[in-house]
Design a binder for this molecule. Structure first.
Ligand code: F6R
Length: 601
C-alpha cells in the first residue's frame, strides 16, 4: 500500500526511482510521482495509473542527483495527478512523499494553516505546508521544522522530505509504516521495501518509529525524539534481485503457485536439526505449550490459513485454538483465557489491523509470536517471538505460497509443542510435509486440465460457490476469496450443510458450485448437498481426495495426512482463480482496488 523510493548522490536518480517504484508496484497503487534535482534544474512529474505513464513523461534531459518518488493508493482524495505525491509546499520550497494516514490533519489545518487554500484533498499536502509554516513563522531549519511537525502529527506515516534549496539532503521519519535506509558507496537510498533497491545495495539500516533521519550522499544520521544521535548497525538483506524476477512466467501468481512444493521443503530444512527434531526456540515452545488457549489473529488469506490449521493444532497439542479477525478482535476483545498465547499470522508483517491488536496484547503483557514472510517487518519486531516463512518474496497481490507456508509452519511448531506436552503420538510434521509437497507438485501439473475446466464452467459466470465441511469449508473460504479478488466473480465459500438454510435461493441454471471433499466422515453429506444444487440447475465441480473420489469427479487430490489436506486442496482452487482472471484478460498480479501490504486500519 503506497511505496516510497529516494536516492541522493547518484546520477540519473529519476531512473533509479522509477525502477524502484516498479518493484513496489505489487503493493498496490493508483497514481505515481517523483521529484528530482541536479542542483540547478528541478523536475516534478506525476501521473495517474501505471508507472509506465510516469516513465513516458520523463524526458531525456532529466538527470537528477537527488530525488524522491512515490506510488499512491488513495485514502484521502481520489486518485488523480493533483493528489499524487510528491506534494509541494505553497512557497514552492519543500517536497514531501508520505505513506500512511494522518488522523488529525483537519485539526492541523485549522490550527496552523487556517488562511491557506490547498490544491488537492490529501493529508500529505497539509503536512508539507505545516513544515513550511514552522520554517517561516518560527525561523526554523528544515530539519527543526520537520521535527516540530512530527510532535504534533498523529497517525501512521513514512515521510521523505526534500528542500529544493538544499538539494543534497533527504529527511525521513516513520511511525507504524515501513521505511528503510540502504547504504551505497558515495550515495544512499531510502525505500519502503528492500526489494525496491536491491540493484543498488544489499546493505540496510532499520529506522525505528519516531526517529528522524538525515540522509546525504556520504552520511546517514539517525536521531531520536530528544535529538540524540542513535548508532545502529547495518545488516545485509538475504535477498537476491533474481528472487523478484518473473522469469518465463506470464504472471508472478503462477510462479508463486508453482513454488509451493519447494517452499514446503525449504521450511523443513530451516526448522529441522541434524537429528530430525524440530529446531525452534525452546522458550517459545515452552511458553506456548504452557498456555491454556492459543489465539490466532489475522486478516484475509492469513485468517483463512489460521482456520485451516486450527484442528491440526488442537489435535496434536490438545490446546484449544481461537481464530480471530484482527479488525474485529482489537475493538471487541472477547473474554480472554487465563494464560493465553497470541499468534499473529501475516505474510507482510505490516498489516495495520493486526498491528493494532499486537500493540494491545503487548500492553496487556501477554506473550506473542509473529509468523511472517518478511524479516524485520513491524509485527516481527514488535512481537516477543518471530518465525519466518522463508517463502521468498510474494509479489502477486493474491497470496498463495504464504498461505500454504503458514499452515506448514504451524504444523512444525505444533509438533514441537505436542512433543513437549507429550500429547503427540503419531504426527510427524517433516514426513507429512514431504508427502504434501509431492502432492502439491502433482496438483501444479494439472494446469491444462484446470484451465479447460475454467473455460467450460467459469469463463463467463458472474457468481460461484465453493462448498465443503470442516477443513474443506475453510479451504472453500480461501478458494472463494482468491476467485473474487483477482477475477471479480462474486464468490462465496460456504459450509456445505448451511447452503440449504437460505443461500440456496441464489442457485440458478448454470451457477458453478465447486465442492471440496477430503474427509470420509463428511464427504457423503457434501455430495448430498451438491446433488441438491445440481437439481436446481447448478453446474457442479468436485475436487476430491483420491481415496474418496468417484469416477466422474473433475479434480482428484493426492492423498495426504488428514490434518494437512488444505495444503493440496487449495492448489487447484488457486489455479482456477488464476485461469478465470487470465482468460478474462485481467492483470492477475495487480487486481483493482487492492494493495499487497495493507498499512491502514
Ligand atoms: C488475499 C490477501 C489478503 C491478505 C491480508 C493480510 O490474497 O493477500 O487477504 O492475506 O491483507 O495480509 P498479511 O498476511 O500481510 O497480514
Amino acid at each position: 500500500m503506497c511505496g516510497i523510493v529516494g536516492i541522493v548522490g547518484k546520477e540519473h536518480s529519476e531512473q533509479i526511482i522509477i525502477n524502484g517504484l516498479q518493484r513496489l508496484e505489487y503493493r498496490g497503487y493508483d497514481s505515481a510521482g517523483l521529484f528530482v534535482s541536479d542542483g540547478k534544474q528541478e523536475h516534478l512529474i506525476k501521473s495517474q495509473g501505471r508507472i509506465k505513464n510516469l516513465q513516458e513523461k520523463v524526458s531525456d534531459d532529466v538527470n537528477g542527483t537527488i530525488g524522491i518518488g512515490h506510488t499512491r493508493w488513495a485514502t484521502h482524495g481520489k486518485p488523480s495527478e493533483e493528489n499524487a505525491h510528491p506534494h509541494t509546499s505553497q512557497n514552492g520550497k519543500l517536497l514531501l512523499v508520505h505513506n500512511g494516514v494522518i488522523e488529525n490533519f483537519d485539526e492541523l489545518s485549522q490550527d496552523y494553516l487556517a488562511d491557506e487554500t490547498f490544491y488537492g484533498q490529501t493529508d500529505t499536502e497539509i503536512v508539507v505546508n505545516l513544515i513550511a509554516s514552522f520554517m517561516e513563522n518560527d525561523s526554523l531549519s528544515t530539519k527543526a521544522a520537520f521535527q516540530k511537525a512530527l510532535t504534533v502529527i498523529h497517525g501512521s506515516y513514512a515521510f521523505a522530505l526534500v528542500n529544493q534549496e538544499d538539494p543534497e539532503t533527504i529527511y525521513v521519519a516513520k511511525n507504524k509504516s515501513p521505511l528503510l535506509i540502504g547504504l551505497g558507496d558515495g550515495f544512499n537510498v531510502i525505500a519502503s521495501d528492500a526489494l525496491a533497491v536491491l540493484d543498488q545495495t544489499h546493505e540496510f539500516v532499520e529506522i525505528a518509529d519516531n526517529e528522524l533521519v538525515t540522509v546525504t550522499a556520504d552520511n546517514v544520521i539517525i536521531e531520536n525524539q530528544a535529538g540524540q544521535t542513535v548508532q545502529r548497525d547495518s545488516y545485509k538483506a538475504q535477498l537476491d534481485a533474481s528472487d523478484i524476477e518473473k522469469g518465463t512466467y506470464p504472471f508472478y501468481m503462477l510462479k508463486e503457485i508453482d513454488e509451493q512444493p519447494t517452499v514446503m521443503r525449504k521450511l523443513t530444512q530451516e526448522y529441522r536439526d541434524d537429528h530430525g527434531k524440530v529446531n525452534i526456540d525452546l522458550n517459545l515452545v515452552n511458553e506456548m505449550a504452557d498456555s491454556d488457549r492459543i489465539y490466532i489473529v489475522a486478516c484475509g488469506t492469513s485468517y483463512n490459513a489460521g482456520w485451516a490449521a486450527k484442528s491440526l493444532i488442537e489435535t496434536v497439542t490438545q490446546i484449544p485454538v481461537e481464530v480471530q479477525l484482527s479488525s474485529e478482535f482489537g475493538y471487541n476483545m472477547p473474554l480472554l483465557s487465563k494464560k493465553p498465547f497470541f499468534i499473529f499470522l501475516t505474510q507482510s508483517g505490516e498489516t495495520a489491523d493486526s498491528r493494532q491488536v499486537l500493540v494491545q496484547i503487548n500492553q496487556l503483557g501477554f506473550p506473542s509470536l509473529t509468523i511472517t514472510n518478511v524479516a524485520g517487518s513491524t509485527l516481527s519486531r514488535e512481537a516477543k517471538y518471530t518465525l519466518l516463512l522463508h517463502a521468498g518474496p510474494e509479489i502477486a497481490v493474491a497470496s498463495t505460497k504464504a498461505y500454504t507456508a503458514q499452515i506448514a509452519m504451524l504444523a512444525i511448531l505444533t509438533q514441537a509443542i505436542g512433543e513437549r506436552n507429550k500429547t503427540n503420538t503419531s504426527f510427524d510434521a517433516f514426513y507429512e510435509l514431504s508427502i504434501a509437497a509431492a502432492g502439491m507438485e502433482a496438483m501444479v501439473d494439472e494446469k491444462e486440465r484446470l484451465s479447460s475446466l475454467v473455460e467450460q464452467y467459469l469463463s463467463t459466470t458472474r457468481n460461484a460457490f465453493y462448498i465443503g465441511r470442516g477443513n474443506d469449508y475453510h479451504v472453500a473460504s480461501e478458494a472463494a476469496l482468491k476467485l473474487k479478488e483477482i477475477s471479480y466473480v462474486q464468490a462465496e465459500g460456504f459450509a456445505a450443510g448451511e447452503l440449504k438454510h437460505g443461500t440456496i435461493a441464489l442457485i440458478e441454471e448454470g451457477t458453478p458450485v465447486l465442492g471440496i471433499i477430503t474427509d470420509a466422515k463428511t464427504g457423503p453429506h457434501t455430495r448430498g448437498n451438491l446433488k441438491e444444487v445440481e437439481s436446481r440447475g447448478a453446474n457442479t465441480i468436485v475436487i476430491a481426495s483420491e481415496d474418496l473420489a468417484r469416477e466422474d469427479d473433475q479434480v482428484i487430490l493426492p492423498k495426504v495426512h488428514p490434518l494437512l489436506t488444505s495444503l493440496v486442496a487449495v492448489v487447484p482452487t488457486q489455479l482456477i482463480a488464476y485461469y478465470v482472471s487470465m482468460q478474462r484478460g485481467y492483470d492477475v498480479d495487480k487486481p483493482r482496488n487492492l494493495a499487497k501490504s495493507v498499512t491502514v486500519e
